[in-house]
Design a protein around this ligand. Structure first.
Ligand SMILES: O=C(CO)[C@H](O)[C@H](O)COP(=O)(O)O
Length: 231
């Protein structure tokens, strides 16, 4: 079975959690894309839900699928968000932002009563950090912000290059107009400590550590689905 088949299986399981009239957050990335596709099928068959997207890409996909979309201004509380992840550990702590949507993803997850992660089981790790941690920063003062991040990260036991994410020849720009530094730490010994110290750096808009946000996960692997937390 391909990784894409596994992602779709995880998405299909999460779809079973959706009930009529729910307020949903829709994630970003290849796994979340399966969920939106499957949700669209249910909506076209008569299911009523209202959704908020975590990126312009997901917004466009959902609208094309016929899903009713709104904003967090009109609907500031959501019942359930379903999103992918780049890594998750045994405590449902995540690294997100591989697709560059971490800021909106975190805002939407924080506005949701539940956040369910869908992924193939390759995303499960014992210790976060193998996947480079995306850190969204404002372009102004990038050099100073990068240095400040390196200093606070080192104090939290994290060392490694902070690479400006590129899209071809130019820096990758997020939906919010910011840029991303991908931090190759290899291992993050204390994710909550790093999360809080990064949040205090001027110029850092958001980082991809999601701590205490995911309430459950569905991981699809060759031997079936593994569920973590309370679905
Ligand atoms: O955080 C994300 C986007 O910002 C994605 O959820 C994450 O990158 C996982 O993507 P995929 O499902 O394609 O593996």
């Amino acid at each position: 079975m391909s990784a894409d088949d596994l992602k779709r299986q995880a998405a299909a399981r999460a779809l079973e959690l959706v009930e009529p009239r729910m307020r949903l957050g829709l994630g970003t990335g290849s796994t979340a894309k399966h969920f939106v596709e499957l949700l669209g099928e249910r909506v076209r068959a008569g299911l009523e839900v209202t959704c908020v997207a975590t990126s312009e890409a997901t917004q466009a996909q959902a609208l094309a699928a016929g899903i009713a979309m709104t904003t967090l201004d009109a609907m500031p509380e959501l019942d359930l968000t379903v999103d992918g992840a780049d890594e998750l550990d045994g405590e449902l702590r995540l690294i997100k932002g591989g697709g560059g949507a971490l800021l909106r993803e975190k805002i939407v997850a924080a506005a949701s009563g539940r956040m369910v992660v869908i992924a193939d089981d390759s995303k499960r790790v014992a210790t976060l950090g193998r996947f480079p941690l995306p850190i969204e920063v404002v372009p102004f003062g990038l050099g100073a912000t990068r240095l400040a991040i390196a200093r606070v990260a080192a104090a939290a036991g994290c060392h490694g290059p902070l690479d400006l994410r590129r899209s071809g020849d130019t820096p990758f720009v997020t939906d919010g107009g910011h840029v991303i530094l991908d931090a190759s730490f290899g291992r993050i010994p204390d994710p909550p400590a790093l999360a809080s110290t990064l949040a205090g750096v001027p110029g850092v808009v958001e980082h991809g550590l999601f701590i205490g946000l995911a309430t459950a996960a569905v991981l699809a692997g060759a031997s079936g689905l593994i569920e973590m937390g309370k679905l």
